[in-house]
Design a protein around this ligand. Structure first.
Ligand code: PLP
Length: 398
């Protein structure tokens, strides 16, 4: 029973859970309330009308399997929603939409569909950890492109390095905008350059736009704005963040019909279909954009508070987040002066200051070694208190 498959051994395990575990221990043993900036989900309950629609579906007995694509009514809602948002090209049809159990599964299906052993997939460093893990699981090779950073402008995508990293084995480029963990909304020009590059070199562009509603500054460029996106791109989004539905496990892919059809075949053999009554709830999400708007205003205020509080710390360099709900401050100076690694710093921060963060290194490699990820999907008073604790702790450490 100990001879696990190569696929399962290729992944390194979910390392962010360690920090929540330490936090629980500190809370239990020291009796202090740990403030949690480590979470990757909105702190609000799922909006009432969505919950009601799912409850109604349950009460009416909508509890059986659905099509592997998900239910038509939801696929149609998604298609008409993106057609309103991005009216440029040939409209998206429901056949080009497949509902999945979370955006993670959408990404998984996309990788599964294309990555053969030895294929290279270009992933930005830093990035959401799961991209590289799944690529490795399938025998593919993540090829990292380091983002560039400056305090004034934040991270940029470094398209020239990306171009240098393209080889005959490059199968895909993974793009995430707005970005986890940096909180960047990338310059539309940079996104356009990557779209051009993918098109020109026949590389599949996998675009994870799950934070598309979380934009506070700047303009978010979607791949669906290009009338020719079907020639080279796969679009991923989901309900988890925008509608605070992380536990419902609902995401989706938009891609040309040949792709969604093959994905449905894979889905039928892996998980059959997304949860039936959850899908009925998601239909009502399209009537909840007023609630989404209120949530984004709330998050914008929280972002401003976190930024102002972090700015008070002279040892930290921080670029104001423009999107998602993360701040990604540079703490390299603290780490080198205190001669400590970012992971140990994050543990000490929980144990000695009562604040949970995620060390940048888990996203997934080099660049993050000098950064911390802080989520501002947290009550405003807790943001003030938590950052005050961080500032006090770093002063003590220096
Ligand atoms: N993509 C990014 C960039 C994320 O940050 C997350 C969640 O943290 C996901 C995808 C996964 O979302 P889901 O809950 O829909 O699987």
């Amino acid at each position: 029973l100990d001879n696990f498959s190569e696929a399962s051994m290729a992944i390194s395990g979910e390392s962010t859970l360690v920090y929540q575990e330490v936090a629980r221990k500190v809370q239990r043993e020291k009796g202090i309330r740990v403030i949690n900036f480590g979470i990757g989900q909105p702190d609000l309950p799922t909006f009432r009308k969505i919950r009601n629609a799912a409850i109604k579906a349950l009460d009416e007995g909508f509890t059986g399997y659905t099509s592997a694509y998900g239910i038509d009514e939801l696929r149609e809602k998604i298609a008409s929603h993106v057609n309103t948002l991005y009216p440029n090209g040939k409209p998206v049809k429901k056949e080009e939409v497949i509902i999945t159990p979370g955006a993670k599964t959408a990404l998984y299906l996309a990788f599964l569909l294309y990555v053969n052993p030895g294929d290279e997939v270009i992933i930005f460093d830093p990035s959401f950890y799961s991209y590289a893990e799944v690529v490795k699981m399938l025998g593919g090779k993540p090829v990292y492109v380091k983002m560039k950073w400056a305090e004034e402008t934040g991270f940029s995508l470094n398209v020239s390095e990306l171009e240098d990293k393209i080889s005959s084995k490059t199968k895909m480029i993974v793009l995430n905008n707005p970005h986890n963990p940096t909180g960047m909304v990338f310059d539309p020009k940079e996104i356009e350059n990557i779209m051009e590059l993918a098109k020109e070199k026949s590389i599949i562009l996998l675009s994870d736009e799950i934070y598309d509603y979380f934009v506070y500054d700047g303009r978010m460029k979607s791949i669906l704005e290009d009338p020719d996106w079907r020639d080279y791109a796969i679009y991923v989004n989901g309900f988890s963040k925008t509608f605070s539905m992380t536990g419902w496990r609902l995401g989706y892919v938009i891609a040309k019909e040949k792709i969604t059809k093959k994905m449905a075949e894979l889905a039928a053999n892996i998980y059959t279909c997304p949860t039936s009554f959850a899908q009925k709830g998601a239909i009502a999400a399209f009537d909840a954009f007023d609630e989404v708007k209120d949530m984004i205003s709330l998050f914008r205020r929280r972002r401003d508070v976190m930024y102002e509080e972090l700015k008070k710390n002279k040892w930290i360099k921080v670029h104001k987040s423009q999107g998602a709900f993360y701040m990604f401050p540079y703490i390299g100076e603290i780490l080198s002066r205190a001669n400590i690694q970012v992971k140990d710093f994050a543990i000490k921060l929980i144990e000695e200051a009562g604040v949970t963060t995620i060390p940048g290194e888990v996203f997934p490699l080099e660049v993050g070694k000098n950064y911390l990820r802080l989520s501002f999907a947290v009550d405003e008073n807790d943001i003030r208190e938590g950052v005050r604790r961080i500032n006090e702790f770093t002063t003590r450490l220096m």
